[in-house]
Design a protein. Structure first.
Length: 178
């Protein structure tokens, strides 16, 4: 990236102050904005500093949103602990601490992974990144906590089983009584 930044800096027609440098780990691409003047003075080291900051912020932002959804699910699931004669506040404290520890571990692992694998995509590798399928942005289905029964899903499964059993004796094409 430094030769390109140097060329942009030396070109007298350009009056740019910042430049976007793409970095990719093969799955994700991140555009990092860098000050051209600072990058030339530090021979590209400021771009790496900016990259580290941008990666950390992007990954923390992504995982923090997931963590908040998990905490909201935990809050609603912990209310069922009253029926088990347990203190919901205590369970919430322990479970939330475990969720936070998992958050920190995931963030650390992904930051280290991206920083170790990232490169500046060239023509061939940039096309590979574009061709890789991106994960859909549909919301994740959260698991129920242990000890909390999901009665709605059980009801749907029971109705489906009853419907399957009731349809076994029917002849195709003829209406039958259930």
């Amino acid at each position: 990236a430094h030769p390109v930044i140097q060329r942009v800096h030396d070109d007298e027609k350009n009056d740019f102050k910042n430049i976007l440098v793409p970095f990719s780990d093969g799955r994700k691409t991140l555009q990092v904005g860098a000050d051209i003047e600072q990058s030339v003075l530090t021979e590209g080291k400021s771009v790496l500093d900016t990259l580290e900051k941008a990666v950390v912020l992007a990954i923390i932002d992504q995982h923090w949103k997931e963590h908040l959804r998990d905490m909201d699910d935990l809050r609603s699931n912990v209310q069922h602990a009253r029926f088990e004669q347990k203190d919901p506040l205590l369970i919430y404290k322990f479970e939330s601490y475990e969720l936070f520890q998992k958050l920190v571990q995931k963030v650390n692992a992904q930051v280290a992974s991206f920083l170790m694998k990232c490169t500046i995509p060239t023509g061939a590798s940039a096309q590979q990144v574009r061709q890789t399928p991106r994960p859909s942005s549909t919301p994740r289905v959260h698991e129920q906590k242990a000890g909390v029964a999901n009665t709605a899903e059980q009801g749907v499964a029971a109705r489906a089983a009853a419907t399957q059993g009731g349809m076994a004796g029917r002849m195709p094409g003829r209406p039958g009584a259930i």
